[in-house]
Design a protein around this ligand. Sequence first.
Ligand code: HEC
Length: 304
Amino acid sequence: MLKRYFAAITILATLSQAKAEEWVVPADKAKKVSPFAFTPESKKAGEALYKANCMSCHGMPGKNNAIPLVPPPPDLAGTVAQSLEDGEFFYKITEGRGPMPSFKNSLSANDIWNIISYLRSFNDKYVQEVARKITREGITEGNIQILFKLIKENKQLQAEVMNTTAEGKKPIEGAAVKLFAKRYFGNLPIDEERETDASGMVAFDFPKDLPGDSTGMVHLSAKLVDEDAFGEVKSDTVFAIGAPTCKPALNEQRAMWNVVQKAPLWILFTYTIGVLTIWGIIFYILLQIRKIYILGKNKEILGE
Ligand code: HEC
């Protein structure tokens, strides 16, 4: 009886472990590829970054000397890790899981690609796939614009990126676009960064409950991510796509961040008293100086 009990426990434990060990990367993330080709320089930069950020747990690549954690940090030059797609590598390093930290906020995308460049140098069979990058040479003239189109039924916003030249309008393919909802304090990113397709289109999904103003209006701003290639290209619009909110706008009532007329009364009051007091003191001092002056004059007249 006891034996069976233990057998069941062991099977359960193995099953749950097997389940926990599988780390699935969303398909669209797995397809991500590096925007630049790996070079001896990127490998070198990656090596330094790896030694500073990863070696303490994963050990030296190819040496199987990781520290014993649960689950164990795999040797990243090993066949299991090397069978990952570049996008999977990138996703796992950015997101982290369990004891594996997320490097989203401490390393830039470039840093992470450099580390991957370093780790791939241990794999002879690796052939790199590079994202097609648009350079300024490709678009030397014209006026790049982002045009919005709202698809109401499925809460989707489409944007079309077009370059207008003397010869006419041409779509820009492969440009990353970011979408924001404007808020009083900073911008709220909506959906993820998306790349335009062959017809220059991108589609963004909206959260169903995105708060708008009292009539559901949302101020939107889209911009092209690659400013090196395109310069600063952005476009603003307003759509009734949000959930109407009855909350008073942040600048409707008296508040610290409002303009003078709408500042809190206590600030206006304290400020006025402060200003009056300082001017009072200045006048008092001037008055005393005048008194001294008159006294001096009187003494002169008396010939003392
Ligand atoms: C604090 C220890 C720690 C540090 C630091 C660390 N890792 Fe990890 N890493 C782990 C652990 C533990 C796992 C296994 C996580 C799991 O499977 O849930 C892991 C998993 C991974 C995986 C997934 C491997 C696979 O086969 O799925 C990759 C890739 C990875 N780490 C890369 C890195 C890189 C690159 C760095 C440095 C930028 C780094 N890690 C820093 C502990 C660490």
